[in-house]
Design a protein around this ligand. Sequence first.
Ligand SMILES: [Zn+2]
Length: 1008
Amino acid sequence: MHDDRKLVEARLKRVLDERIRPALYPDSTPLDVSVWTAPGEPVPVAEGLTAPAEPIAVGDRWGAPWGTSWFRVSGTVPEAWAGRTVEAVLDLGFDENMPGFQCEGLVYRPDGTPVKGLNPRNQWVRIASHATGGEQVLLHIEAASNPVLLDYHPFLPTQLGDKDTAGNDPQYTLTRMDLAVLDETVWELVQDLEVLGELMVELSEDSDRRHDILRAISRALDAIDLQDVNSTAAAARERLAGVLAVPARPTAHRISAVGHAHIDSAWLWPLRETVRKVARTTSNMTALLEDEGDFIYTMSQAQQYAWIKEHRPEVYAKVKKAVAEGRFVPAGGMWVESDTNMPGSEAMARQFVHGKRFFLEEFGIENEEAWLPDTFGFAAGLPQIIKAAGSKWLLTQKISWSSINKFPHHTFTWEGIDGTRIFTHFPPVDTYNCSMKGSEIAHAARNFKEKGRARHSLAPTGWGDGGGGTTREMIAKAARMRDLDGSATVHWETPREFFTKAETEYPDPPVWVGELYLELHRATLTSQAQTKQGNRRSEHLLREAELWAASAAVRTGFTYPYEQLDRLWKTVLLHQFHDILPGSSIAWVHREARATYAAVAEELLGIIDAAQRALAGPATGGELVFNAAPHTRAGVPAGAAAPVAPAAATAPLPRDGGGFVLDNGLLRVEIDGRGLVVSAFDLSARREAVAPGTAANLLQLHPDFPNQWDAWDVDEFYRNTVTDLTDLDEMAPAGDGTASVRVVRRFGSSSVTQLLSLAPGTKRLDIDTEVDWHETEKFLKAAFPLDVHAERYASETQFGHVFRSTHTNTSWDAAKFEACNHRFVHVEEPGWGVALVNDSTYGHDVTRTVRNEDGGTTTTVRVSLLRAPRFPDPETDQGVHRFRHALVPGASIGDAVAEGYGINLPERRVPGTAAVEPLVVVDNDAVVVSAVKLADDESGDVIVRVYESRGGRATTRLRPDFTAAEVTATDLLERPLPSVASPELVDGAVELLLRPFQMVTLRLTRSN
Ligand SMILES: [Zn+2]
């Protein structure tokens, strides 16, 4: 037989596009439309419903950027349509491309109850399934004219990303506002033909099945009268019934579909718009759940539920009902889908505490899966945190975006730094916006790397980001693929059902040890520096506020600010969302984030100050130094306060050949005539830190214009060009009696002022940097070439550190050319190392060279200070920034931990003379107190979280400085761990034996 495949395939496409789909709505009549434009920000629903509307016609322009327009549409169902299915078709000016990134609407009845969302791929509202004729229709649409920022020509700088700069030009053309008859037979025929046509082209060209489908489609097209599709659609469907009824093979890949709409909590829209995006999508999904019996929808991010609970109670009522029915499934157990690289230990823990607690309290549901489809890489501290929160599974698909190495598994066990293992699934469909296209389903089955040992994968199905979630078309297609020869099988299932099946069928999956590094979006560790500083500062202020408020509450009866801390934590957690903390949101989001972090700091400083004054007692002329760090500092124990006599510093001395020498008897630092650090000599170890012939604290400027994703990406070629900023404008001793030298440089349109200081009694060169940054598409780094021979280096992560190679032996090593650290990076030879600590930077790189002169190895650590991408915020990082770093020669990993905490928790001086004892003492510096707080249940119990910080075993006595009646080991939610024996109190203290990086949470009940 002659091969006519291409002919039939082309015929199918044209007939579907030009005849069958246009026959979906055979009759229609225009609605009357009027509009009221809200003058500024969104208004309450009641105000929008009653506002005076002006007539508007299809074809008119509407909608200034970020504006809200309330459309009122009305009409009468013609008598002639009695018995037929009638819908309103409402096209606000949608473009099918990028469904989540343009205008959207929420349809209301006149009484203010929501009907459903309007989105580019979801423009219908059901009026009557069997019309009587004569029905009066009146609907209101709250339409958001969010501008298109990412479309056919992505990543171009635009002023549309902030309402302050976006102007007032209308963004959309009203396209269709009709009442129409839906031909449900034609609609079903479209689904039949799409499923079969899309499946057919995925099958092998020599398979019987492909040709069976081809012939059936050909016969179905023959049955259609192209001038009268509506009356011939049923006949065409009959000719497809046979091939649609052939069941799947028993060995077919099994897809657990779960309805989904990945909604970024802010990104190319401000936070306030996400509240409405969630309201629109959840309205859509609760309506769809009512229509479709076996459909399951899942939504993560407790914050998004909390928003609609507060702002859209009528929508939330429907969500609560659907949750109670088990079909709207809260997932993830986190406050938001956060970044996981940058959040600190406690913050990462609290993401789960607040997320899980919300779902437990609101719905009685305990999530056991972490749900992070879109997060930009996964820190190796995360498995322990997931488990400590009482969860056991992780889902993400983001690692499929890695641009260099293909991850070898889709279902595997992920092992973190402490040895905790988490059953993990990467959906092989490689998207969190699956639309049930045949190509996606076939890709999932083909791509699945566990073939031969496992058969299940998950497909998050629906348009995200305001695209409206799952559509009725996706559900119809899934129904046809439930049991269809040639296709993977598709069943709607909850994440829990999927994980249970997947774990049962695959009890011994392969193991991946260490971080899940995303080989993309590396610049998210640096972009929007002030957002990152806001996060780091907030995390440490929260630690201080909890520590001092708990200490004061136990000692003085100070009122512990439970509600205030709960609210502040949630604010900080929200801003760790995977497009806010990473710096990939529009200018508006980051402008608001800066203001929010300032307000958070002010509130937390207020709590800290009040608690410290309560502890210090009446001010009688003296001064106490409070030490919130977890190690003794300047004689003040961790978590304590004491008077400290100021130590005398030695002023900078002139250096032969120009520059200055700082020497405190422990460390001698030479700053040359260019203001560069050419020597940092550890006097006790007789060891030089700076590699010979090089200079440390060398600022380096690179061009930085990635191929795409400007705020997200730095491409490896950025390194090919570099300018060393060695020209000096000013250098002088600070002149304040300290061992400090001030250095000023100007470059491009920018300037940098640095203060290099050597405090008495430390081996730490403090570097305070102020940059007035006015560059475009540049990357600023500070380089520290160290005379250290090391195969690997340590970067702090949650509850420990992770090692990465200093070499580029493999493509996996080479791909990590920019990576994340928390408070320190540490390199060492046995017995001697160097730490570089910071107060707010995350990005860094470490490289190695071997010197010709002496054969020694130079390990260069560079911290990433600032970038200047122009999309999505065209003014990213313009202005003044301040950073603190310190170079610590001779540092062990324990010193790195301590100095890292120290630089982030500066001492505070408070009037008072009576020393304050620590509330809790641990007697081993390897064991770090991560949090001291009162229990969230307001029982007055003290919660203490500790971890082993160096990667070894540690024993310690933990002694509360109050009488504890009982001590209980708990999970992160402060619930007793039934499977773990609680430690015993012996002489008022607790003996702990910790594994490497083990984290333990204890609840200490106070005696009355
Ligand atoms: Zn996202």
